[in-house]
Design a protein around this ligand. Sequence first.
Ligand code: PFF
Length: 453
Amino acid sequence: MQDKVSIHGSWSSRWAFILAALGSTVGLGNIWKFPYIVGENGGGAFILVYLACVAIIGVPLMMAEVMIGRRGRQSSFYSVRDLASESSVSTYWAWVGLAGAVAGFLIFTFYSVVSGWLLAYVFHAANGNFIGAGSDQLKAMFEALLADPKALIIWHSVFVILVMGVLIRGVSRGLEQAIRILMPSLFVLLLLLLMYALTSGSFGQGLDFLFDADFSKLSWNSVLVALGHAFFTLSLGMGTMIVYGSYMSKKESITTSILTVVILDTVVALVAGMVIFPIVFANELDPGSGPGLMFVTLPIVFGNMLGGQVFGFLFFMMVSIAAWSSAISLVEPGVTWLMERYKLSRVQACVFLGISAWTIGVGALLSFNVGKDWRFKGLNIFQLLDFMTANILLPLCGLLITLFAGWWVKRSISSEELGISKGHGFVLWLFTIRFLAPVAISIIFIANLNGKI
Ligand code: PFF
């Protein structure tokens, strides 16, 4: 069969795909969430569970998504549809692809609100606003930001414009160019911060906290957290990997590229922990959890250490960059679908999605101030968006994609596309995608619903 090429463009090399996929996977999930969920759930013991989840769900599902995209060479909706017709099964499966793109778009609306806080903190850090400040002052600074809808709208708008500015320029001149600059900058910043943490005097204590396996803290809930996080950090269930796969050359091996992405994503998450905990401990603070770690605890550290102004600035720059490259990948599936379905130009699709996301995002940011009491089933707009996407759409789309790729797509197609027809590799993939991954995802899905509805 002759290879098709996406009308949207192609990555120029294998590394372009790897960097772009890494740009998507490395985000707030790695730098903010991973370190504190590791801390809360028993350090090294949790890391082992997490690695198992990545192997059982992450790798096979990412392979399935990239395979679908590379075969279909279109948006998630049309790629799934074509693969369904090629496999002579119902084309209704295409709606799973679209649901993923919608989930990505909805996540973007509030991901950009949090990213706006980060941008605000880049400026706070650069201005030296943390210097000498204590915990109460920094708590008040964060609360003041959340209470100020005008400031939140400005930062949210800046972030939406940054993301749309890249998307509007297309695959080669926009996405690939941006990734080529953003990812190396992110790695350099991370290494600089790691060197700093190494000299903080508490590196060993930080490592102990991160890697000491305390199995007593590991609960059933920890397993659910690990499963859910593996999903989110690897950008699965959202059409992102389908679309990024659609720009990948047939010459590349899907398996090798994905293993590289997954390993590097995990390494970045671990290094982020090795940066954050030693400097928190060096200052005798409690690593705590949630937004407090990023927006209160770390500013206390930066405000009270030698060179904190520079390192605080570098740290918030790094997290903003990680968030930026992830956000790009949340919206690209929607952009490609609108272009294909309604024959819109890229500019029109981006302007439409940009304005829509901005508007919903404003609703979400008002949840922290004037809209605190606008609630549906007890959840404010921000929590509702988070719940609908993280707890419902993502696991559901992920589950359906595993079922589609494992049971409905013809084996001859998947083995040809994955390039692992020989040996036990294919059988292993087929077994995980058919049995292990669907069971694991169903468990998180049901458990999450039970807890919240
Ligand atoms: N993987 C990103 C993170 O860890 O922050 C978040 C994300 C980006 C999820 C893109 C999904 C996605 F499509």
